[in-house]
Each structure stands twice: as structure tokens, then as C-alpha cells.
Design a protein around this ligand. Structure first.
Ligand SMILES: [Zn+2]
Length: 286
């Protein structure tokens, strides 16, 4: 993928970021999430460690460039599997079967990279790992001694919600927990995986907006389930309701998102299901 970065931009102290399709972070000898940007974009030859926030290829596609030059690669125990073998994500989205080529989301496609150390076994007091699951099961953010939080895809800015309408997550309840955790952290600036850095004040607003959007998706689903609706019909109705972009990619991502919300609502006793004539129906609990 072509580099989109114009070089590192200062956030605070020694904490920089490289604006790109997927932002990369830069702190002393660490590079965070080299997905869209590679070795040449970083402009320094002292990178000793690649930190990967989560196992989506748009966040680690170019990690290998740094590893080949001697840097160690660190990812969480849970997501290291996805970094070492991106095929797991590709198949996961298709219920573990092999999807037709056109149905593979570009975010999940790309270069595998060996992981040398797990986040859980790594410690540096100048940059700490914060567990923020929900977008994947093993997502972490990183907070530097400069008060900069690299939050990856755990928090979407309002700008991003306008663009994607339904950013991907696999577990809305874990997402809620992670966003509430972000609100309690001591940081001055937040660098999201996608979009511009936010001041603390704007990040807290974005957190509340993200939480409200998760509730909004629940409400739309509940409204559509006044009568029993099949999983397939629910995807269609939901996509029309939110006027989502019509693409194969979006179809599969929306299906996973909706399964996450259906499961969450079922655990809360607000949605029930039945299998009838080989078709799965969901409906609002009375
Ligand atoms: Zn992601």
C-alpha cells in the first residue's frame, strides 16, 4: 500500500504521530501500528520496538519492514495469532470457511509478521499498555509519559462516525467497558487509529458520543425486532435504516456487528430467538 504520511507530527514531548489512513505513533525508539506507514516514513533509524495495538492488518501491514531491520515486534497474546496469521481474520468473518476472494475485507488482508514478545510480558514505565478490548478481543492502547494516549480503534471520533456510520466491533459490551475505562485515564491528548488527534476534552466528548451510538444501534435493532425477523432480513432492514454503503465488505462487517448486539441484548433478556424451518428468527422479548 502506498504511504500517505508526510512525516511525524508532534503531539507532546517525545510523542509523535504519523497521519495516515491508519495513524502510526512514534515515541522514542517505539513505533506504534505501522499499518499504512513504513520504515522510510518514520525517518529515523533507532526504532527498536514495534507495538501493535490489535490484529487488524491495516494496523500492522508494514511491521515486517522494521523487524527485518532488527526491531522486535510486540502484540497481545490474544491478537498475536492474527498478526502471525492474518488468514484467521479473513476466515473468522466467514464463519471459518474460506470466503470467495471478493468477500475478503481489505482491512484483514496482507502481510503476516512474527511476534517476538507479548504485551502482557513487556514493561516500560515511560509507555504503558492499557487493555481496551471490544473491537478485537486483545486490543490494547498505549499511554506515554507525555500524557498521550494512542487508543487505536477502541474509540471513534465524531468525524469517523460520520464517515463510516457503523465502525466495526465484535462485542459492544466490552467496547462500552473500554470506553468507560478511557474516560478514567490520565491523558492530555488522544491519538485515535483513524482521524485527527483529540484534546482530552474532545476525547471525553467522543467517548460519550461513542457510548450513545452503541445504545442507538441497540434501539434500532429493538425497533426492527417488534416482529420476528430472520438474521438475513435484519441485516437488510438495518442497512436501509442507517443508509449504509452498499458493498460486500460492509455487508459482512455489519453482520458481525449485529450478531454482537443481538447477543448482548439477549444476555440482557431484551431479545429472544427461535429456529423455525431452518431459519433463525430474532424478536424483542415481551
Ligand atoms: Zn481495527
Amino acid at each position: 500500500m502506498a504511504s500517505k504520511s508526510n512525516g511525524p507530527a508532534l503531539v507532546a514531548g517525545n510523542s509523535y504521530y504519523l497521519p495516515a489512513m491508519s495513524n502510526a505513533g512514534l515515541f522514542k525508539g517505539y513505533v506504534i501500528d505501522p499499518g499504512s506507514v513504513g520504515y522510510a516514513d518514520v525517518g529515523r533509524d533507532d526504532i527498536h520496538t514495534v507495538l501493535i495495538t490489535h490484529g487488524h492488518n491495516d494496523h500492522f501491514r508494514r511491521a515486517r519492514e522494521f523487524r527485518e531491520r532488527g526491531a522486535r515486534v510486540i502484540a497481545s497474546k490474544e491478537d498475536a495469532l492474527l498478526v502471525r496469521n492474518p488468514e484467521v481474520n479473513v476466515r473468522g468473518l466467514f464463519s471459518w470457511a474460506r470466503p470467495p476472494k471478493e468477500m475478503i475485507t481489505p482491512y484483514f488482508q496482507g502481510d503476516a509478521c512474527e511476534v517476538d514478545l507479548y504485551i502482557e510480558d513487556w514493561l516500560d514505565s515511560s509507555i504503558r499498555a492499557i487493555y481496551l478490548p471490544g473491537h478485537t478481543l486483545g486490543e490494547y492502547g498505549f499511554i506515554t509519559e507525555d500524557g498521550v494516549l494512542y487508543s487505536a480503534d477502541s474509540l471513534y471520533s465524531k468525524e469517523l462516525w460520520g464517515k463510516y456510520k457503523l465502525p466495526y466491533s465484535i462485542d459492544p459490551d466490552l467496547c462500552r467497558e473500554s470506553i468507560r475505562k478511557i474516560k478514567t485515564l490520565d491523558f492530555d491528548y488522544l491519538v485515535p487509529g483513524h482521524g485527527d488527534p483529540l484534546s482530552r476534552e474532545d476525547a471525553l466528548k467522543a467517548a460519550d458520543f461513542h457510548l450513545s451510538q452503541l445504545d442507538f444501534v441497540d434501539e434500532v435493532v429493538l425497533e426492527l425486532l417488534r416482529e420476528p425477523v430472520s438474521t438475513e432480513s435484519l441485516v437488510t432492514k438495518f442497512c436501509y435504516e442507517l443508509d449504509l454503503y452498499k458493498s460486500l465488505n460492509n455487508y459482512w462487517l455489519t453482520l458481525v456487528m449485529l450478531k454482537g448486539h443481538l447477543s448482548s441484548l439477549n444476555h440482557q433478556g431484551r431479545v429472544a430467538y427461535k429456529l423455525e424451518n431452518y431459519c433463525m428468527f430474532w424478536f424483542k422479548s415481551k
